[in-house]
Ligand binder design. Structure first.
Ligand code: ZN
Ligand code: CU
Length: 484
């Protein structure tokens, strides 16, 4: 006989199951952290019942691109994620990971962006994952090891190629991370700590990925004038390692490159015929990263998000600060370092084209530091659901949900997550398709999204009626688990 009593029953909602299949009306039941039944469960009961009439019941969103590595420990309730319906984050992007590091070592930008001084340093990847297991966060995490972090911990100076000995040392650290459960290796050759890394260095360091079919994920060397060369380098690394690649936050930036997604996307599509490639994207025309002084990055409006020497400048335009100080913008930027800024460098047409590309996952690239972060930290997922799917009509809601759940779980190999089916982990979001919207703007960047009714992580109700319940039921999703 089928048991009819559950821990949780979400009753009367419309299910969008994360596979891109059309929605259907059904109740969803949860027991012991798993989905125990989906269907018309009229005679069933539960300890907790959530009424979902007129609401969408979907798999919890998977943020395919985050920098939550330290926040998972230092801000473990992650309200900026849970309030959007996110139940899993992929951490360790852009070459930056929280492990392995040495206690007391100096961290170059942008590695220092993630470091929180009151947190201990993790000398092995296993120690980092063990800390996450000992002090669970409110969301699940699948973590990658970052190549820039490996360079910083291995090399005495970062302004050159790695020597054969250093490559061997980094390779051993990738192997340790893989054994501990890392799902891939990320690089950030755009950033100073890895600019001098050659393609050959990355291929050599990434060798341990091969046997496990772990992912190669990259913030490419160039997302502007030389974006095509950067794509080809990325594809080559994936081919030579024989592993799937993820092009992080795909974009074509600076005015002279506006429209070039009409070239990059067909190029990616063509390469996909012979190797596994996917990409992620955030739904905004501004990016955010460390404060830089190069003219290429300072060509558009620049908003300071955080500055260590000048915290009072957070939320202000670089142009205004420079005028006030009587200096050129690049000099003002230099004085504001280290810190992070928001750069308006993209074209709306490109953003929409990349978002709508079939194999594009949604990833926030949110940076969880400071009072004035990029609004993507609090708004990415509701913005895709509300603004881009419902209001702009870029794609149906089923496709929007798929791009933040089933597609992402498939690409990253997250076992039994990202789709609603009996036996799968009970990561669930209940939202109102008519009202869901991002409320975070460049002016009010930390305002929680609207229309998210309930968020359930491994069966635990974590967000309900506009408030965090305090639940911290997230799990570490490892490679071993995901390859099962
Ligand atoms: Zn990046
Ligand atoms: Cu990133």
């Amino acid at each position: 006989m089928t048991p009819t009593h559950h821990d949780l029953l979400i009753r009367g909602g419309t299910v969008i199951d994360g596979t891109r299949a059309p929605r259907f009306d059904a109740d969803v039941a949860v027991r012991d952290g798993r989905i125990s039944a989906i269907g018309r469960l009229g005679g069933h009961g539960a300890d907790t019942v959530i009424e979902a009439h007129g609401r969408i019941v979907a798999p919890g969103f998977i943020d395919s691109h985050t920098h939550d590595d330290q926040a998972l420990l230092s801000q473990a309730t992650l309200p900026f994620k849970v309030s959007q319906g996110v139940t899993t984050v992929v951490a360790g992007n852009c070459g930056i990971s929280a492990a392995p590091l040495r206690p007391g070592m100096e961290l170059p930008m942008p590695l220092s962006l993630l470091d929180s001084p009151d947190e201990g340093r993790f000398t092995t990847f296993r120690a980092y994952l063990d800390a996450l297991r000992a002090r669970p966060a409110s969301v699940n995490v699948a973590a990658m090891v970052g190549h820039s972090t490996l360079r910083a911990v291995t090399m005495a100076s970062l302004d050159r190629e790695a020597t054969p000995d250093e490559i061997a040392a980094m390779q051993a650290l990738v192997e340790e991370a893989m054994q501990a459960g890392a799902i891939g290796l990320s690089t950030g050759t755009f950033y100073p700590p890895a600019v001098k890394a050659t393609t050959e260095e990355i291929i050599a360091v990434g060798q341990p990925l091969r046997a496990r079919q772990a992912l190669y994920v990259t913030h490419m060397r160039d997302e502007a004038d030389r974006v095509m060369e950067a794509l080809d380098e990325t594809f080559r690394i994936g081919r030579e390692l024989g592993v799937p690649v993820v092009v992080s936050h795909h974009k074509v930036q600076n005015t002279q490159n506006f429209g070039r997604s009409q070239v990059t996307l067909p190029h990616i599509r063509e390469a996909m015929k012979t190797q596994r490639i996917c990409l992620d994207c955030y739904p905004y025309t501004a990016g955010s990263t460390m404060i830089r002084t190069d003219r290429g990055m300072l060509g558009g409006r620049v908003l300071i998000a955080a500055s260590q020497p000048h915290p009072e400048c957070a939320g202000r335009d670089l142009a205004d600060i420079a005028r006030e100080w009587g200096v050129e913008p690049d000099e003002a930027a230099r004085r504001l370092q280290p810190g992070s800024a928001i750069y308006f460098l993209m074209d709306e047409g490109d953003v929409q084209r990349i978002l709508a590309f079939d194999d594009t996952m949604i990833g926030s690239d949110g940076i969880p530091v400071g009072e004035s972060p990029h609004p993507r930290l609090w708004g990415t997922f509701p913005r895709v659901l509300g603004h881009y799917s419902r209001d702009v009509g870029l794609f149906p809601l089923e496709t929007a949900v798929w791009k933040m759940t089933g597609l992402t779980a498939r690409n990253f190999g997250l076992h039994q997550r990202g789709t609603l089916a009996p036996g799968h982990h009970a990561d669930i979001v209940v939202f109102d398709a008519a009202t869901v919207r991002d409320a975070a703007t460049y002016e009010t960047p930390t305002r929680p999204a609207e229309g998210i009714d309930a968020v359930i992580v491994n069966g635990a109700v974590t967000w309900r009626q506009g408030a965090h319940t305090g639940a911290r039921n997230g799990q570490v999703i490892t490679r071993t688990e995901s390859s099962r």
